[in-house]
Design a binder for this molecule. Structure first.
Ligand SMILES: NC(=O)c1ccc[n+]([C@@H]2O[C@H](COP(=O)([O-])OP(=O)(O)OC[C@H]3O[C@@H](n4cnc5c(N)ncnc54)[C@H](O)[C@@H]3O)[C@@H](O)[C@H]2O)c1
Ligand SMILES: O=C(O)C(=O)C[C@@H](O)[C@H](O)[C@H](O)COP(=O)(O)O
Ligand SMILES: [Zn+2]
Length: 369
């Protein structure tokens, strides 16, 4: 069991990681519960598998549950879902001092977090992440959003949760492909800033994917600690420190957009392919050694994640992918900073990248096999 603090002045909170965290809901959530009925927003699949355990823990603490189920899939991060959810939260008479519980993956966390950011100008929320991706990344740090037809996470707010309960037992029911998708964000922490963790993953990654309890807890706790450190340094992504968490995402979000934000390419899969592209582009500029770029590619492939965009069966070219990137939130005075690498464990924000050159590079990658 691990408890990781996210240190933010006046808005700090704890992330609890372990196999029995939901069972301890009564004691962990008590400081945040003001009414005897919990308002819970849950992913349909997560609730089917883990709703009973959550309900039992709530009932033992003397709390009833008002439940709203969100259909699985990226499509739920939409205006229509947000409207339905906020209407329902208002019907439940959620007050600003109340906490809404978000149980599910990054989709439910991002949607519910955003609803809570705007409901009555801001109410509290508690994250109960049930995917590997949500446990290591999306439940921590307060980025909340829905997608727009223009691109990923373009409508949103920074709104921190008050508590994160990452119960590793919920991952027992997670499909393999979703485990691998979450693993991409785990690998990201090694690649962007922690060579020792990258090396550990080289040796233990398969154990993490196989849900070995010890390896899984170490990987989740290490990832959360890395994210907590970066978020505490640069909560609103203004100094460049937090932008490092976007490694692989400028490319990845463009790939996701091209695939129509569908299950043809999960978020983590886009990030994995995007990290390989960031590494290869860094090598092409002479910033990163070819051997490090190959190691990253092999780590991605070894985890069963996509490394070659030529194999993604996309009918596109570099110029079209770059057009998606123009909506990236990092755009600044018409230029797009890119997360590139000097070595494994040393990412940096490059502000001199020519988008025409990126388009040419992507054309090469789309043709390579
Ligand atoms: N806010 C952030 O900082 C941040 C960080 C990373 C990713 N994200 C966002 O997170 C989203 C992706 O999140 P995700 O990968 O968790 O996807 P997701 O929320 O779509 O969940 C993946 C799938 O797993 C199912 N599921 C969830 N928990 C389960 C369980 N315990 N057992 C069985 N099935 C379960 C869901 O029904 C869904 O089908 C993307 O929209 C991405 O943009 C946000
Ligand atoms: O927390 C962050 O900061 C991240 O960038 C984490 C990413 O993994 C996540 O996908 C995030 O939602 C992307 O941020 P965005 O600002 O590019 O939408
Ligand atoms: Zn991500």
């Amino acid at each position: 069991m691990a408890v990781i603090p996210v240190e933010l002045a006046g808005r700090g909170y704890q992330v609890h990681v372990g196999r029995d965290v939901i069972d301890r809901l009564g004691s962990l959530a008590a400081p945040f519960v003001r009414k005897s009925r919990l308002v819970v927003v849950a992913d349909t699949n997560a609730w089917r598998h883990h709703g009973e355990r959550f309900s039992q823990a709530a009932h033992s603490a003397g709390w009833a549950i008002a439940l709203y189920e969100v259909p699985p899939g990226e499509g739920s991060k939409s205006w229509a879902s947000l409207q339905r959810l906020t209407d329902w939260l208002l019907e439940q008479e959620v007050e600003r001092g109340n906490h809404v519980f978000a149980l599910g993956g990054g989709v439910v966390g991002d949607l519910t977090g955003f609803a809570c950011a705007i409901l009555k100008r801001g109410c509290g929320f508690i994250q109960i992440p049930t995917t590997l991706l949500a446990q290591v990344d999306s439940s921590v740090g307060g980025k909340t959003a829905i997608n727009s037809s223009t691109g990923k996470n373009l409508i949103g707010a920074f709104h921190q949760p008050s508590l994160v309960l990452a119960d590793l037992a919920t991952l027992d029911t997670l499909p393999e492909r979703e485990m691998r998708s979450g693993y991409a964000e785990v690998l990201k922490y090694g690649v962007l800033g922690d060579r020792a963790f990258f090396d550990w993953l080289q040796h233990n990654g398969s154990q993490v994917l196989a849900r070995d309890p010890e390896a899984l807890e170490y990987a989740v706790a290490t990832s959360v600690a890395a994210k907590a450190r970066i978020v505490a340094e640069d909560e609103r992504e203004t100094t460049g420190a937090r932008a490092l968490l976007n490694l692989g995402h400028t490319f990845g979000h463009a790939l996701e957009a091209q695939m129509g934000f569908s299950d043809r390419l999960l978020h983590g899969e886009g990030v994995a392919a995007g990290m390989v592209l960031a590494a290869r582009y860094s090598a092409r500029r002479g910033d990163l050694g070819d051997s490090d770029a190959s190691l990253i590619t092999r780590a991605v492939e070894g985890a069963g994640l996509p490394s070659e965009i030529a194999a993604l069966d996309m009918d596109t070219d570099g110029a079209e992918l770059v057009t998606h990137m123009l909506h990236d939130k990092k755009m600044d005075a018409g230029t797009l900073p890119f997360l590139l690498l000097r070595s494994i464990g040393a990412a940096y924000l490059a502000k001199d990248v020519d988008l025409k050159d990126v388009a040419a590079f992507l054309d090469e990658q789309l043709q390579a096999h």
